[in-house]
Design a protein around this ligand. Structure first.
Ligand SMILES: Cc1cc2nc3c(=O)[nH]c(=O)nc-3n(C[C@H](O)[C@H](O)[C@H](O)COP(=O)(O)OP(=O)(O)OC[C@H]3O[C@@H](n4cnc5c(N)ncnc54)[C@H](O)[C@@H]3O)c2cc1C
Length: 456
């Protein structure tokens, strides 16, 4: 075995801190050879492995009690192919760094989510998405995946090579092996004009089809108990880059994060304040216009911690579902002040993608960390399920077994492939065994610790 940097007896916790896990050993490999060596050793010692990206998932996907692997030392670009429009990237590369590196080569990812802290492998592995009715999620940008499998082999898969694995590897929940490299589609670098403004909820609903088709990226936020909606419209432009004004930095850092944190603390202490605070938050959303490089526009600062559930529904149900959610919050007097985020994503053909074979609307509900979220999320989840919702893999949901099989028609093919590639369940943890109703491969494995305070 090579000498590989590792830390013993560490405590893993995710971004939202709702998942905590004591881990026997976390490895930090620096090469494919080292990843192979870790897998071979774990196979011999019958240890379970999970890979962690940036730990930004709200579910215990990345946890293992025995061995975790971080690819933080495997970041950067291996190759750019301008003719093909592709970049081959080390799997641990953080999206922020990737955006900057690609830009130096005059290229960019065609779309991103609303933060850039994730690793590229973590993002594609859960089907992370941005918004844009003509654009797929980040997994659709993948052209080729290189993975270290449970038997220590290094396999490359694309539409042309090991093609039978490709649609499963584009979004694999880390269950088919350790992704070490991905080749992604890139396009020439572009600037975006960002415009954010407040409009009445009724106007937003009337003009949904217009906004969705008129802008490359369109999303909106509904504020509970308020008739105000924030819309964000992004369009490619050649206009000069806007200088970041002091006012904008103040708004982003102080109003969107600092002040919102203080208001959230007030809601936590006195939940009856949620209603006026949500209305207040809606009323201070500034009207903003700016132009910048794509990767700088997509990412926003998220300094206030929360729990989140997000479902994907057929795109045509956006209006009815968001209207029902607003009504439910008001009718049941649910103490929530976080806005509800609504986005669009194009259909794809990736087995475990929530957008599999249907143009999709994604709706996400949030709750400030430390405030009860379970009953709120359950109420809203019931609405999503009525409208054929499929859960986002990286966010909270309560589906398991048959319910997941009904939602994801290719799930049984995926699980069969997993069984063939990893018969001993090396890349499983108790969470995955539980949601996919697989019998535990090791009886003594303890479940992942979920922080359950304030779940009510
Ligand atoms: C503040 C915040 C904002 C977010 N915004 C969005 C958004 O706009 N859109 C959206 O869709 N989601 C969003 N998410 C969810 C997030 O994008 C996903 O949960 C994503 O998976 C996190 O990436 P990560 O690198 O942190 O992966 P982790 O959470 O660390 O891991 C996720 C999964 O990837 C696996 N994995 C990681 N690396 C590898 C590898 N090399 N090989 C095999 N498997 C691997 C892990 O085992 C795990 O199963 C947000 C989350 C937060 C906390």
């Amino acid at each position: 075995m090579l000498y590989i940097v590792s830390k013993k007896n560490k405590r893993f916790s995710n971004w939202a801190r709702n998942i905590q896990q004591h881990v026997e050993q976390i490895f930090y490999p620096t090469s494919v050879e080292e990843v192979v060596s870790i897998v071979q050793r774990c196979k011999k010692e019958r240890k379970k492995i999970r890979v962690v990206g940036s730990g930004h998932s709200f579910t215990p996907l990345a946890c293992s009690r025995e061995v975790m692997v971080s690819l933080d030392e495997m970041q950067g670009i291996e190759e750019i192919n301008h003719e093909e429009g592709s970049a081959t990237v080390w799997a641990g590369t953080k999206l922020k760094k990737l955006g900057e590196l690609l830009h130096k080569h005059g290229v960019a990812q065609e779309n991103l989510g609303d933060i850039n802290a994730q690793s590229i492998a973590g993002a594609i592995t859960t089907g992370t998405h941005g918004t844009g009715a003509t654009l797929g999620n980040l997994s659709t940008q993948v052209l080729e995946v290189t993975v270290v499998t449970a038997d220590g082999n290094v396999i490359t898969s694309s539409q042309n090579e090991n093609a039978h694995l490709f649609k499963a590897l584009q979004l694999s929940l880390g269950m088919l092996g350790i992704i070490v490299k991905v080749k992604i589609k890139v396009i020439p670098s572009y600037k975006l004009q960002y415009e954010s403004k407040r409009i009445p909820f009724s106007t937003c609903m009337e003009k949904l089809a217009h906004y969705k088709s008129s802008f490359r990226h369109f999303e909106f936020y509904c504020f509970p108990y308020s008739d105000t909606t924030q819309i964000k419209c992004l369009q490619p432009t050649n206009a000069p880059t806007t200088k970041q004004s002091v006012i904008h930095t103040f708004n982003e850092t102080f109003i969107e994060n600092g002040l919102f944190y203080v208001l959230s603390m007030a809601c936590r202490m006195l939940p009856s304040l949620c209603k006026p605070i949500s209305r207040l938050s809606a009323s201070v959303i500034p009207s903003t216009k700016k132009v910048h490089q794509n990767f700088r526009i997509f990412a926003s600062k998220r300094l206030v911690k929360f729990h989140e559930m997000e479902y994907c529904i057929p795109a045509e149900h956006m209006e009815v579902v968001i209207t029902l959610i607003k009504r439910t919050i008001e009718a049941k007097k649910i103490a929530v002040h976080f806005p509800i985020e609504c986005r669009y994503v194009k259909a794809d053909d990736i087995w475990l993608s929530p957008s599999y074979k249907r143009d999709s609307a994604y709706i996400a509900v949030h709750m400030f960390r430390g405030m009860p979220y379970a009953s709120y999320f359950k109420e809203i989840e019931n609405i999503f399920l009525e409208y054929d919702g499929r859960p986002h893999w990286g966010k909270m949901h309560t589906l398991k077994g048959k319910s997941l099989q009904q939602k994801y028609s290719m799930l049984s093919s995926f699980l069969k492939m997993r069984e063939e590639m990893d018969h001993d369940g090396m890349f499983l943890n108790t969470y995955l065994e539980d949601i996919f109703h697989m019998s535990p491969s090791k009886k003594e494995e303890k479940p992942v610790e979920m922080i359950t305070t304030n779940q009510r």
